[in-house]
Design a protein around this ligand. Structure first.
Ligand SMILES: CC(C)(COP(=O)(O)OP(=O)(O)OC[C@H]1O[C@@H](n2cnc3c(N)ncnc32)[C@H](O)[C@@H]1OP(=O)(O)O)[C@@H](O)C(=O)NCCC(=O)NCCS
Length: 153
C-alpha cells in the first residue's frame, strides 16, 4: 500500500469515504481548503486503485499536525490505519519535526487506541471542542514526541 500524493481529482472518492466513516465529516470545501493551503495529503490504494484511506497533515514550524486520517469503513480493523500512521511518522521524521500533534474525540476510543499503541501520549482535554449529536464533545489532544529521534541522528 504505497502512499500517493492526494490531488484534486481524488476528492469525490475520498468525500464518499469520509461521509460513510464519520458522523461529522469534512465537507468538500474543507478538503479543497486544505489542499489550497498546501497541507500535505496522501491517498493509499489497493492494487485495483480503489482508495482505502487517506491522511491530511499540516507542517507548522517543527510540528506536524495530523488533521484527518480515515480508512474506508469496509477495510477498517485490518491494519491500514496503522500503516497510514506509520507513513505520517516516517514523513515527520524525514522533516526533522519535533512533535506530531492531533485532536481526537473523547468517544473515539478506536482511534485513541491506535495512537497510544504508536507512541502518542495524552496531553490535555479541550472541553466542548467538537459538535456532537447532543451538545458538544471534548477533544483529547495527543502528541508524539520525535525530539529524541532527531537528537539521536
Ligand atoms: C481510526 C481509524 C483510522 C483506524 O484505522 P483501522 O484501519 O481501522 O485501524 P487498524 O486496523 O490499523 O488498527 C490499529 C489499532 O486501532 C485499534 N482498533 C482497531 N479496530 C478497533 C476496534 N474495533 N475497537 C477498538 N480498537 C480498535 C487497535 O488498537 C488496533 O491495533 P491492534 O490491531 O494491534 O489491536 C479508522 O477506524 C477510521 O478511519 N475511523 C473513522 C475516522 C476516524 O475516526 N479517524 C480518526 C480521527 S482522530
Amino acid at each position: 500500500m504505497t502512499p500517493q500524493v492526494l490531488q484534486h481529482q481524488h476528492l469525490a472518492e475520498i468525500l464518499a469515504i469520509e461521509q460513510a466513516a464519520n458522523a461529522f465529516p469534512w465537507s468538500l470545501k474543507n478538503f479543497e481548503d486544505s489542499l489550497r493551503a498546501n497541507h500535505q495529503a496522501w491517498i493509499f490504494s489497493d492494487k485495483d486503485s480503489k482508495i482505502i484511506g487517506y491522511v491530511f497533515t499540516q507542517h507548522v514550524v517543527d510540528e506536524i499536525h495530523l488533521l484527518n486520517i480515515c480508512v474506508r469503513t469496509d477495510f477498517q480493523g485490518n491494519g491500514y490505519g496503522r500503516k497510514i500512521l506509520d507513513h505520517v511518522i516516517s514523513f515527520s521524521e524525514q522533516q526533522s519535526a519535533a512533535v506530531i500533534l492531533l485532536e481526537v474525540r473523547s468517544s473515539n476510543l478506536r482511534a485513541q487506541q491506535l495512537y497510544l499503541q504508536n507512541g502518542f501520549n495524552e496531553m490535555s482535554v479541550r472541553k466542548g471542542y467538537y459538535p456532537a449529536a447532543q451538545g458538544r464533545e471534548d477533544a483529547v489532544l495527543m502528541a508524539k514526541d520525535l525530539a529524541l529521534f532527531s537528537f539521536a541522528i
